[in-house]
Design a protein around this ligand. Structure first.
Ligand SMILES: NC(=O)C1=CN([C@@H]2O[C@H](COP(=O)(O)OP(=O)(O)OC[C@H]3O[C@@H](n4cnc5c(N)ncnc54)[C@H](OP(=O)(O)O)[C@@H]3O)[C@@H](O)[C@H]2O)C=CC1
Ligand SMILES: Cc1cn([C@H]2C[C@H](O)[C@@H](COP(=O)(O)OP(=O)(O)O[C@H]3O[C@@H](C)C(=O)[C@@H](O)[C@H]3O)O2)c(=O)[nH]c1=O
Ligand SMILES: [Mg+2]
Length: 299
């Protein structure tokens, strides 16, 4: 089994290097090897040369606000790259594993979104990611598309690390409390990806029936404000010196924190399709955050 991982140095890519290694011969590529993936010639040549049975795409344009002005670059990474990977994987009769986002939804209502629920992205990032999903589905390739949300890891750019830094630097800190969803660890994402991939590969031809979109997020729901409060109280308990303590953290509505890209209010995702298809259970979001904090605070 030969697996080609693209985007090996991102939050998810890094964890995939660990989680996919036992499944076969893992070839992991980062920007050093592929160059800027706005142009895919080099990557395509590598894919054709290596002829993997699985391509895993962890590369994406994830700067949500910047995507509003760098629309072209974001579109290339989030829509065109997946289309090219789908075409190449289909030609090799390989599986494609890809990640998408809660930001494909408009965030209306309070009901959790199923995989079939109507999409309606509010941002250029969300529109690009949705176009990526659609290109993969239209190609006919066998694919696992995992829609996840609010990804964090002990390395890389993420909300948890930003909050810890701001609470050390600032006198006050206000965080939006009316956007609801679930923070999901890159480690959990990578581990569930490996479990699911193992099952579709073991199933041989029958595995094709498992091809499709799956929501993959930690269990429970919370707001960005509640996550931040949880993070700060855990950090304080561990003896970290903060200028903004957990009980001083401000809770604000989205209107009080204007950003170039609007974020969905309702990012709740139903995970039962994934849990039933692959016989897994999503752990509560708190456990992953606690574990990540232990890792960070030990340093
Ligand atoms: N982060 C999140 O909160 C969420 C992420 N997702 C999705 O999960 C997937 C993984 O995200 P995550 O690991 O957090 O993302 P990161 O931003 O941590 O990593 C993205 C990776 O893509 C690479 N990359 C970006 N632009 C280029 C480029 N022009 N050329 C070459 N490589 C490039 C980066 O390389 P380099 O390090 O060299 O820049 C990096 O390794 C993505 O599909 C994302 O849309 C879904 C929901 C939430
Ligand atoms: C830093 C900060 C953020 N916020 C708000 C803004 C936003 O609504 C929320 C989270 O901010 P961020 O900019 O970290 O989040 P954002 O970059 O929008 O995170 C998203 O990234 C992409 C890649 C995804 O796919 C999504 O699932 C989601 O994880 O917190 C505050 O209210 N106060 C603050 O001081
Ligand atoms: Mg961000």
């Amino acid at each position: 089994m030969r697996i080609l991982l693209v985007g090996k140095n991102g939050q998810v890519g890094w964890e995939l290097q660990r989680a996919l290694a036992p499944l076969g011969e893992l070839l992991a590529l980062g920007r050093e090897e592929t160059g800027d993936l706005a142009t895919t010639d080099r990557l395509v040549a590598r894919i054709r040369e290596l002829a993997p049975q699985v391509i895993v795409n962890a590369a994406a344009y994830t700067a949500v606000d910047k995507a509003e002005t760098e629309v072209e670059q974001a579109q290339r990474l989030n829509a065109e790259l997946p289309a090219v990977l789908a075409r190449e994987a289909a030609a090799l009769d390989a599986w494609l594993v890809h990640y998408s986002t809660d930001y494909v939804f408009d965030g209306s209502g309070t009901q959790p979104w199923t995989e079939e629920a109507p999409t309606g992205p509010l941002s250029a990032y969300g529109r690009g990611k949705l176009a990526g999903e659609k290109a993969i589905l239209a190609s006919g390739v066998r694919a696992l598309i995992f829609r996840t949300s609010w990804v964090y890891a002990s390395r890389g750019h993420n909300f948890v690390r930003t909050v810890l830094r701001l609470a050390q630097e600032r006198e006050t800190l206000d965080i939006v409390a009316d956007q609801v969803g679930a923070p999901t660890g890159a480690d959990l994402l990578a581990d569930v990806t490996a479990l699911a991939l193992h099952q579709v590969l073991q199933a041989d031809a029958a595995g094709a029936a498992l091809s499709g979109i799956y929501h993959l997020v930690a269990a429970g729901e919370t707001s960005w404000h509640s996550i931040a409060r949880f993070v700060l109280s855990e950090a304080e308990r561990a003896g970290m010196q903060l200028r903004v303590s957990a009980d001083k953290l401000g809770a604000i509505p989205s209107e009080a924190y204007p950003t170039p890209a609007p974020r969905p209010r309702n990012s709740r995702l139903v995970t039962s399709k994934l849990e039933q298809a692959f016989n897994v259970r999503m752990p509560p979001w708190q456990s992953g955050i606690q574990r990540m904090l232990h890792e960070i605070l030990a340093k």
